[in-house]
Design a protein around this ligand. Sequence first.
Ligand code: IMP
Ligand code: ZN
Length: 361
Amino acid sequence: MDYFSRSQENIETFCLKLPKIELHAHINSSVSEKTFRELLRTRNIGNTQLTSLESSVFRPNEKIFASFDDCFDIFPLIHDVTNKTEAIYKVTSDVISEFESDQVKYIELRTTPREELLTGMTRRSYVDSVLSAIKDSKKKNLDIDVRLLLSIDRKSTVEIAWETVAVASELAAASDGIVVGIDFSGNPKINDAKDFIPVLAHAKSRGLKIAVHLAEIVNAQESHQLVELCPDRIGHGTYLHPEVGGLHKSVEFVKKHKIPIECCISSNLRSASVPNVEDHHFGYWYQQSHPVVLATDGKGIFQCSLSGEYILAAKTFQLNHDELLQLSKNSIDYIFADEETKKKLKFQWTEFSRSLSKSEQ
Ligand code: IMP
Ligand code: ZN
């Protein structure tokens, strides 16, 4: 009996040791409770306020947020604590180490360049801090390859979006390959995504990869406009298919162009974006052999891990060890880095498979 035929192999243990690829992780949503507490302790605030802030951000319940809107109220609380470059550096460093401990071999972090008048942090110094943390993590010889997408927050202005693309373009050529693209995110109920389409199209024309949050709520027309941009990956796509209010032509387009869907199951459950795990759209796309990648979105505020996402998918959609390994390996094809990087990662996965077979002998 080979490794994959052993049905009794513990799925949790397997998912924990499985090498993984993380492609949808917002830096500030990924901050761990430990890091958040350490940052809070550097502030001159009383214990009561500290505990209250901590419990507002890290909620103990299973369904952490009462409504989808609710989770967007948390970001300002985190941003208030990460309002200077030192804090951004620390959060980025800690998030990288934490993912590495979860056997994540390649990660594309994403974050919105932010200005804070109070501390003098500029959007540029913000990005420089994130880049320093990523570069320093390389020096620590961590077994994880880190890349970066700069996020455009749709709540912000189109002018800032243009600036973000300009900075990403400049850094794509001058960051040793770390900056690879643009993310479009933010509260889908705010502003019209249509206004940002020329900016995203320009980013694509400049050779930047684009990952676009879309169909997080039922908004078929807007979602279709974003789909027609032919993004390199789709964030969520929860309400894309006709059974949940999307358009048939959107699904056809996504299938025709094989646009990978970043599925963040725990995030969608905990932000009340999908009612229950069985109905999560991962099942819809996976069953049709469409490219899907499991991701955490915000491992801090949604209290999850990438291993946990694999375990949840395995238990909900009855995935065996072989299918889980394929799922994580296929994700390599959807990363935004170059072919050489993909080749290296595939080698790591082959070695992992070998180690499993050896353990059988
Ligand atoms: P940051 O960009 O590192 O500050 O991460 C937090 C930001 O990511 C938020 O302010 C939102 O703009 C964005 N974000 C995080 N989660 C989501 C989501 O589920 N949908 C849309 N935007 C999100
Ligand atoms: Zn997201």
